[in-house]
Design a protein around this ligand. Structure first.
Ligand SMILES: *Cc1c(COP(=O)(O)O)cnc(C)c1O
Length: 385
C-alpha cells in the first residue's frame, strides 16, 4: 500500500521538496485533544524543534497546543506564529543570556532549568528587568528508554537535567532567590519510544520524588513529563496516527498527581512525523557489480536521520507500478553515509521517477543543511494544492 499523493501536480515542482499533509496533521491534533480534554489541567506543548514550518506551527497553535522551545530562535519563531508567551516553555542545557532575556521579555510560562549556575543567571537577568521568572527543575530520572542510544536523554550518564539526589537542596536554594519562583518539575527520557513500560517507569520515579518532596513539605504546581512518543516508521499508511490513547492512559493510570497539580506534555515527533514526506527524483539507475543503486537528487542535507541515527524511512516509488526490484537508494553528496536505504524493494525504477521518503515530518526539514553548497529544500502543504 502506498500513500496518496497528487503525483501529477508534483511533476511541476523542483525536487527535492517536503510535502506536508495538513489534513493528517489536523486529524492527529484532534486525536491528541480527544484524549487530553478528558482530564482537567492537562496541557500539551508541541516540541518545536521537530519542525518549525510556519504553516504547521499555525495549525498546531489553532488546535490549542502550547510550545516547547529549546532556543531563543525557537521562541521567536513561536511568537511570530502567534503563540502567547503564557503557553511557551523553554528547555535546554545551555541557554545563552540573550536567549534567557527573550524568554523574560515574552513572560514565558516556564524556564525548564538544568543546573544551579543556570538558575542563578536567570535570577540575575530577571532581577535586572524587575521580573520574577517561573522555573521548573529538569530532573534526570535515570530511567532508560528502549530507543536508539543517541536519543536517550534520561540516564544518569546523559548531560541533561539535575541529579535526583540534588532535587531538594536545589529547590531549597531556589527559594532563597528573589527573582525566580519554582513552579514545577520537568522530565524528558528520550525520543521514538514505543514501549509504554518506559513511560510507566518514569511515572513510578516521579511518584517517588513527589513523596520525597512531601516529606520536605514542598509542593510544585505542575509536573512536566516531556515527550518522546514514537511513530510507526514501517507502516506510515496503516498507522498514520500514533496510539495516543495508550500513551495518555499510561499517565492517567500510573502518575499520582497532587490535588490541583497540572500535567504538561511536550510531544514533537508524534505530532508531525507522519504528515511529512520528502519527495525526490531519481537521477540515475546504476548497476554495480553486486547491487543496483537508485541515485536520487535528495541527500542527507535534506534528511539526515538515516545518516545520523541509522533511521529507517519507508520509501515508495510513486511513479511506477511495475514489479519490484531491490535498490540501494543513495544521494549525491560526497560522503559514504549519504544513503537513505539499502536493499529496499521499489517498483522498478527509472530516471525521472519520483520517490516518496515517508514519515519525514519530524527532524527532517529543520535539520537541513547547505553542505556541498546545496540549496535548502522547499516545503509545500497539501492545502496549497
Ligand atoms: C526533543 C524534546 C522533546 C520532544 O521529543 P519528541 O521525541 O519529539 O516527542 C520534548 N522535550 C524536550 C525537553 C526535548 O528536548
Amino acid at each position: 500500500m502506498k500513500g496518496n499523493f497528487p503525483v501529477e501536480r508534483f511533476q511541476q515542482i523542483q525536487t527535492p521538496f517536503y510535502y506536508y499533509d495538513t489534513e493528517l496533521l489536523r486529524q492527529t491534533l484532534r486525536a491528541i485533544n480527544a484524549e487530553t480534554s478528558r482530564h482537567e489541567g492537562w496541557h500539551v506543548h508541541y516540541a518545536v524543534k521537530a519542525n518549525v514550518n510556519p504553516r504547521l506551527l499555525t495549525i498546531i497553535r489553532e488546535a490549542g497546543l502550547g510550545a516547547d522551545c529549546v532556543s531563543g530562535g525557537e521562541i521567536e519563531a513561536c511568537v511570530k506564529a502567534g503563540f502567547p508567551g503564557s503557553k511557551i516553555v523553554f528547555a535546554g542545557v545551555g541557554k545563552a543570556d540573550w536567549e534567557i532575556n527573550i524568554g523574560l521579555d515574552r513572560d514565558i510560562f516556564c524556564f525548564n532549568v538544568e543546573s544551579i549556575p543556570e538558575l542563578e543567571v536567570i535570577n540575575e537577568l530577571a532581577a535586572a528587568k524587575g521580573k520574577v521568572a517561573r522555573v521548573a527543575f529538569r530532573l534526570n530520572p535515570n530511567v532508560g528508554a528502549h530507543t536508539h542510544a543517541n536519543i536517550t536523554t534520561g540516564l544518569a550518564e546523559n548531560k541533561f537535567g539535575i541529579a535526583m539526589r540534588d532535587m531538594v537542596p536545589v529547590i531549597e536554594h531556589a527559594s532563597q532567590l528573589k527573582n525566580v519562583q519554582v513552579v514545577g518539575l520537568h522530565f524528558h527520557i528520550g525520543s521514538q519510544i514505543l514501549d509504554m513500560g518506559d513511560f510507566q517507569a518514569l511515572c513510578n520515579r516521579i511518584n517517588e520524588l513527589q513523596d520525597e518532596l512531601e516529606r520536605h513539605r514542598i509542593r510544585v504546581e505542575h509536573i512536566n513529563v516531556g515527550g518522546g512518543l514514537g511513530v510507526d516508521y514501517e507502516h506510515p499508511n496503516r498507522v498514520s496516527i500514533p496510539d495516543f490513547k495508550a500513551y495518555f492512559d499510561t499517565y492517567a493510570k500510573k502518575l499520582k498527581l497532587r490535588p490541583g497539580q497540572t500535567l504538561h506534555f511536550e510531544l514533537g515527533r508524534a505530532v508531525v512525523a507522519q504528515c511529512g514526506t520528502l519527495l525526490t527524483r531519481t537521477l540515475f539507475i546504476k548497476k554495480g557489480a553486486v547491487k543496483q543503486f537508485a541515485i536520487v537528487d535528495a541527500g542527507f542535507t535534506d534528511l539526515i536521520r538515516p545518516a545520523l541515527y541509522q533511521a529507517y524511512h519507508k520509501i515508495e516509488n510513486i511513479s511506477s507500478d511495475e514489479p519490484t526490484e531491490a535498490y540501494d537508494v543513495v544521494g549525491p553528496i560526497c560522503e559514504s553515509t549519504d544513503v537513505f536505504a539499502k536493499q529496499v524493494d521499489l517498483n522498478r525504477t527509472k530516471r525521472g521517477d519520483l520517490l516518496a521518503i515517508r514519515s519525514a515530518g519530524a527532524y527532517g526539514e529543520i535539520m537541513a543543511s547547505q553542505y556541498n553548497c546545496r540549496r535548502l529544500p522547499q516545503a509545500y502543504t497539501s492545502d496549497e494544492f
